[in-house]
Ligand binder design. Structure first.
Ligand SMILES: [Zn+2]
Ligand SMILES: [Zn+2]
Length: 582
């Protein structure tokens, strides 16, 4: 183990090296495109990028030439030289660089610093490595479009991404991981497995679930509802729009306006499309006076919400504009809060485990600078969350000051098969809404008392959770989730009748299957089913028909010939009911 402090200085050194690599890339681009205009070139996790305005679009074939030029610059071991100049002088030096001029204008000081290596000068605060030779191992990996300053009204620049490490070995290992992640990219698998689509003509970030993706979703949703009902939740449904006044009362209009879509007018009243489900749950709670004896009340909803996100940050299913939260709100007495949080943790980890995510990290976020409620309320609620985590023996880290303004929260991030963390369950205590909407109960003393409110999701959103599942399993869903669980492959037409009989029997057992009755060889059909990541392929020929058996081929390549059909039927049934993890 590297001690935390040393790790920090190591990380800092890497960052400086990566940032220096960005300057070297800019010099290489300048030597190939002398008329290039430069945006910015910061380090990022694993590497760096630089944004360029170039006379023609780049394509991946341009990267080797740029990288070769970078190798030359690195081999020359040119020193990075810092220079301090007045703003006026900087303006003259960057007279042909409109983006740099814009940045210079925004610097509050009179002096600005420049860094030069070889023939390239950049506006930069630094620091940098001593010389270009200190850049040990890099690779240019991709090209993307990026609006200047992330603003879609400004010019679209071309961004080149690179990765850089201190050793060739570390770089190779990283590239291998990247290749593995690319194979699992849910956007590619989503298309290949026919799970979903997003249409530019309909709008970015709006997801259409195709039949095969929709099956996975309803299996998850059925399981989710069943499990919530077992645990004392009530399922509700609420509308997609509501009057603007409601969002003003809640404070969303004031604090979250940037994420809300503009109001629409209906009969002279303004309505907004809902960015969250909470307010409707409060309205249902408030339809009658609630006695303390009725609590806790737990309302659960698979509620679809819409939030504005810049088109530049949208990403497949994992960052979208319309999504369905697996939402719930718990209204309880303060003396019930700890047990309620324990209950949510229990459910969240049961879900995480059932879907096959073995590792997770837990963060407890505490009071930020601006907050609703009192410091004492925050202290007690934060301690309640901590006690609940302790009761479940869950190790966690404190994220100081990272709570939302209305209350402390627990975030659980689960790790997928290649070690990437996904935002999963969240549990948030709210001091704001109950007060704004006077959410109360009648206590033992016959008086009104404030009620604790908890917002929670256990999967996050159906869209992002689906993205994580696709990437975790590389598209090969466990049997209970697989869109098609069995492909029946008759060897010849005369085996079709028996295949149809098995089809009917399996369907009766709730198995999702297809009969491949197309022409083509058995091997071709097996390959096809394997590409579709179907868990079981059943090959049916003369022997199988005669003996009422099937020859089973697993997705993994394992095979078992002449298995009595009843035994196969029983085993697939069990795998589905038990939600087996493969
Ligand atoms: Zn720099
Ligand atoms: Zn909520």
């Amino acid at each position: 183990m590297v001690p935390a402090k040393e790790q920090q200085t190591e990380d800092k050194k890497l960052e400086v090296m990566r940032h220096s690599a960005a300057h070297v890339m800019a010099e290489a681009v300048q030597s190939i495109f002398p008329e290039a205009k430069f945006g910015i070139g910061p380090p990022i996790s694993d590497g760096f990028y630089y944004d360029f305005d170039l006379p023609r679009p780049l394509n991946p074939d341009d990267l080797p030439a740029i990288a070769a030029k970078m190798d030359e610059i690195i081999a020359q071991d040119l020193p990075f030289v810092r220079e301090e100049v007045t703003k006026e002088e900087a303006r003259q030096r960057f007279a042909a660089q409109p983006y740099k001029l814009e940045l210079i204008d925004e610097i509050p000081d009179d002096e600005v610093s420049l860094y030069r290596q070889g023939k390239f000068i950049d506006l930069c605060r630094g620091p940098h490595v001593g010389s270009t030779g200190e850049i040990k191992a890099f690779r240019l990996v991709s090209i993307a479009g990026a609006y200047w300053r992330g603003d879609e009204h400004r010019p679209m620049l071309q961004r080149i991404y690179g990765v850089a490490f201190t050793t060739k070995k570390a770089l190779e290992e990283y590239l291998e991981k990247l290749a593995e992640a690319a194979k699992r990219d849910h956007r590619r698998l989503g298309r290949e497995l026919d799970l979903y689509s997003i249409h530019e003509e309909a709008g970015p970030g709006l997801v259409c679930w195709h039949p095969k993706g929709a099956v996975v979703r309803w299996v998850i949703e059925d399981f989710w509802k069943e499990e919530h009902i077992k645990r004392g939740y009530d399922i509700i449904y609420t509308p997609h729009i509501a009057k603007l006044g409601l969002w003003k009362t809640s404070g969303h209009w004031e604090f979250y306006q940037d994420y809300l879509y503009s109001p629409m007018e209906v009969e002279g009243e303004e309505y907004v499309i809902k960015p969250m489900n909470c307010l409707y749950h409060i309205l249902i709670y408030k339809t009658k006076l609630r006695s303390y004896r009725e609590l806790p009340i737990r309302y659960a909803e698979l509620g679809t919400v819409y939030r504005y996100e810049r088109s530049g940050v949208l990403h497949g299913l994992s960052r979208v504009r319309g999504f369905t939260q697996d939402d719930a709100h718990i209204f309880c007495r303060f003396d019930q809060l700890e047990d309620e949080v324990v209950g949510v943790l229990d459910l969240a980890l049961f879900m995480t485990d059932t879907f096959g995510f073995a590792n997770y990290q837990v963060l407890l976020s505490t009071r930020p600078e601006k907050y609703a409620g009192t410091a004492q309320m925050w202290l007690e609620a934060t301690e309640t969350l901590a006690r609940a985590l302790d009761r479940k023996n869950i190790a966690y880290k404190i994220d100081p000051g990272e709570g939302v303004f209305y209350g402390p929260k627990i975030d659980i991030k689960f790790e997928d098969a290649v070690g990437r963390a996904w935002q999963g369950p969240t549990i948030q205590i709210d001091f704001n809404l109950p007060q704004r909407f006077s959410v109360t109960c009648i206590g033992e003393d016959g008086k009104e008392h404030p009620v604790a409110m908890v917002h929670r999701t256990v999967l996050g959103s159906m869209e992002r959770f689906m993205a994580s599942l696709i990437e975790h399993y590389g598209g090969a869903f466990p049997v209970w989730l697989a869109p098609v669980q069995v492909t029946l492959i008759p060897v010849a037409d005369r085996h079709l009748e028996y295949a149809r009989k098995l089809e009917a029997e399996l369907k009766n057992e709730g198995v999702r299957l297809e009969v491949d009755d197309q022409s083509g060889t058995v091997n071709h059909k097996i390959r096809q089913a394997q590409l579709n990541k179907v868990p079981y392929m059943l090959v049916i020929g003369d022997k199988e028909v005669a003996a009422e058996t099937v020859s089973v081929r697993w997705r993994s390549g394992q095979q078992q010939n002449n298995l009595p059909f009843d035994i196969f039927k029983k085993s697939i049934r069990e795998a589905i009911i038990e939600r087996a993890k493969n």
